[in-house]
Design a binder for this molecule. Sequence first.
Ligand code: ADP
Ligand code: MG
Length: 253
Amino acid sequence: PGARLFEALFEDQSAKARAARGQPIAIRGLKKRFGELEVLRGIDLDVPAGQFLAIVGRSGCGKSTLLRILAGLDTPSEGTLSFGQAGTAAATPRIMFQEPRLLPWARVLSNVEVGLGAERKLPEAEERAFQTLRAVGLEAKAQQWPALLSGGQRQRVALARALVSRPRVLALDEPLGALDALTRIEMQGLLERVWLAQGFTAILVTHDVSEALTLADRVVMIDEGRITLDIAVDLPRPRRRGSVDLALLEERI
Ligand code: ADP
Ligand code: MG
């Protein structure tokens, strides 16, 4: 169990292959008002296919609002949002939150199957869910109840639920924000690894600038509803090497 498992399950794809799997996003003049409050005041952003983008900014600057709009959970007041080139069918982006939001009455494997939506009825649904659980190193917990897992394990289930439909865009709203430092490092390694292997466009909101620089190709800062900084991070990957193997640590402590 633990980090060593992931290596055997995934082959890293080339940047080109990742770009072919991911979907580009074009945001134009995006504004969002809640009554009198103008939260997003004109966002223009192009995210190339397969890019790992991090969004940072103060609490309340509109990061979650932007992600919710990206994930189709809310609509803009003004402006447009489009996925893919003309003629390409838009896939449903998946989103992951700070809280795993698992169904407490369903076992781990069933929680992952939920991510398949209508495809849950297909004969291969359970096998796909199981393989995705393997990919996050949690196949041993397939029949466990969510309440009996650690916080990090619950977030891995949430990640598997988001990935099981092979999304082309994954939105991540501070997914590691509630985890302890060691688990966060381990999860950063896992996030980078699944992104390297599966090649989706990743949009990560985080208040942790070092996390943004560890994971992203590009960091965008939002301040008062506008993009105030947009920088490329040109570092070799994987950046999060030898992620902490918590199972091994626990054995030794
Ligand atoms: P962030 O994720 O950057 O901390 P949010 O996008 O959650 O910020 O919120 C930005 C601002 O919009 C905050 O002032 C928040 O109170 C407000 N807001 C968010 N959602 C709603 C809503 N549904 N109704 C009214 N105000 C909202
Ligand atoms: Mg937020």
